[in-house]
Write a new protein. Structure first.
Length: 132
């Protein structure tokens, strides 16, 4: 069998097809989780700059961060490669720090201080922890 190029296309065995599907499932779950996480991060910022809708943004943030647990569970039940479990555990630990940062932001009484902490990218700030 030949593909669009001149090289033969290898036939996949059931085992390699399963490995490919498992890897693809992990990539899809992680890609979806990343999109949800960025959306939640935006809700966190909106919470600070739009006080009229702060409660709505807080609810959205909470719902999105809860959904991330489902993506993480999917990943943990679909470990395919060496080092993948450790990487997924590091992501969870880092995200838990980000959630603690969010609680700190919401507890701050000074809006300027909360915004600086929220958008700061230096170590010890919320967006630094998010980007890790």
């Amino acid at each position: 069998m030949r593909g669009s190029g001149s090289r033969p296309v290898a036939r996949t065995t059931g085992r390699s097809r399963t490995s490919w599907a498992n890897a693809f499932d992990s990539i899809v779950a992680l890609s979806q989780a990343r999109a949800v996480a960025y959306d939640a991060n935006a809700d966190e910022s909106r919470f600070l700059v739009d006080p009229d809708r702060a409660a709505q943004y807080q609810r959205a943030f909470t719902a999105k961060t809860r959904s991330l647990n489902g993506y993480h569970d999917t990943e943990m039940h679909n470990i395919t490669f060496a080092g993948e479990r450790e990487a997924a555990e590091r992501v969870l630990t880092t995200f838990q720090q980000y959630q603690r940062d969010d609680q700190r932001i919401r507890a701050m009484g000074d809006l300027r201080q909360a915004i600086a902490f929220c958008v700061g990218t230096a170590p010890g700030n919320s967006n630094y922890d998010f980007a890790r």
